[in-house]
Design a protein. Sequence first.
Length: 180
Amino acid sequence: MGAITEGLPVEIKSLADYGPQAAIIEDGLTFLENALKKARGAARLTGEIALADDSGLEVDFLRGAPGINSARYAGPGATDELNLRKLLREMTGVPYEQRGACFVCTLVLYHPDGTYQSFDGAWRGVISAEPKGEQGFGYDPVFFLPELGKTAAELPPALKNRLSHRAEAMNKLKECLLGK
C-alpha cells in the first residue's frame, strides 16, 4: 500500500506501529465483510482513520473458490506452497478455456465515527498448469496474464503495482482522497 499511495498527502502506518495486537479473525462471508471488520478494529484501536483490505483468488471452474479462503485454502495455517499445490491438483485436466480466474481486492477506509467507503479492484487471468516466476507470493506463480504472456510472479513489482487488483482498488481510493 505504501508504494501505491506514494505522493498522496497521507501517512501510512501499520498496526505494528501501535505495538503487538491480537489477530483479527476473518470470518466474514465476503471480501467486504472481512475488510470492514479489519478496518473497524484498527480504527477503534487507534482512534484514527483506518485502511484495510481483503483479497483473494476466484477461479471460475471452482465456482469462485478459493475466494475469501485464499490464504487458508489448504487448511488452517496453510503455506503459500500448500495452497498452490491444492489449487493445481484441483485444476488437473481442466482445459485452458475453463481456467479463467480473477484476483479480487476490497479496500475499506473506515472513519472513527463509524462511516466508511469501500473500493474494489479485479484482475483477470488464467490459471496456468505449472508455476513460473520468482516475484510475488501466493498464487502469483500460476496466475497467467495472456496479454503479457507471463504469470504475475514473472512481472517486476513496479508493473504489478500498476496492473493488479490492489492497484485498481488503490487508484479508486486515491481518486476519492483527491476529490476526483
